[in-house]
Design a protein around this ligand. Structure first.
Ligand SMILES: CC(C)(COP(=O)(O)OP(=O)(O)OC[C@H]1O[C@@H](n2cnc3c(N)ncnc32)[C@H](O)[C@@H]1OP(=O)(O)O)[C@@H](O)C(=O)NCCC(=O)NCCS
Length: 161
């Protein structure tokens, strides 16, 4: 585990770097949807959070999530290639899940490319399951799995003797 990693809210000036990371690490081969202006609007939006994982001021990972009435939707989550398999992705997810629990929401949803076996495995390990296949979700270029994590049933199960 990268013990020196700090997780915190992204600043407005981080939008360019985060958008570049989204393009390179998440949207490769797809149309670039998460441009700096869109990331900036998430950072400014009261019902969204954009967080970064930093080591000595270098952004090594980030995530973006929207809060709805009953659930939260995880839009983006990525860790730089060289920093992977060190618990950083899990640390970002833990931060987000804690905020979703505090907000009293029921579940988290997300879409992931069906070819992205690493991310699917990562999310399954964290308690997410595939809910359904969204055909042609990425501009008709690729299918997505919609995944969900039911926080209420997990929380109840954890508190059971
Ligand atoms: C998915 C991603 C965020 C995981 O980040 P990470 O920091 O490497 O994840 P962690 O180190 O916290 O992994 C936690 C656990 O998830 C599982 N996991 C993570 N990456 C995995 C992989 N490539 N293959 C198999 N299992 C994996 C493992 O069980 C891991 O625990 P372990 O290392 O003790 O075995 C990272 O691979 C990434 O940025 N991928 C590109 C962007 C992306 O696909 N984002 C998701 C779609 S938006």
């Amino acid at each position: 585990m990268e013990s020196e990693v700090d997780i915190g809210l992204a600043g407005q000036t981080d939008c360019v770097e985060i958008a570049g990371m989204s393009r390179a690490l998440i949207e490769n081969g797809l149309r670039w949807r998460w441009k700096p202006s869109r990331i900036l609007s998430l950072i400014r939006h009261p019902d969204c959070v954009v967080i970064t994982a930093t080591v000595s001021d270098e952004i090594i990972g980030f995530a973006a999530m929207e809060f709805h009435e009953l659930h939260a939707h995880l839009n983006l989550l990525a860790v730089k290639s060289k920093r992977r398999r060190n618990g950083v992705g899990q640390k970002l997810l833990d931060w987000l899940e804690e905020s979703v629990m505090i907000a009293g929401l029921n579940y988290i949803s997300l879409e992931v490319r069906t070819s992205n076996v690493a991310a699917i495995t990562f999310y399954e390990k964290a308690g997410y399951h595939i809910d359904h296949l969204a055909s042609g979700y990425y501009n008709g270029i690729e299918d997505a799995y919609r995944m969900k994590h039911d926080l209420i049933s997990d929380d109840v199960a954890k508190r059971r003797p």
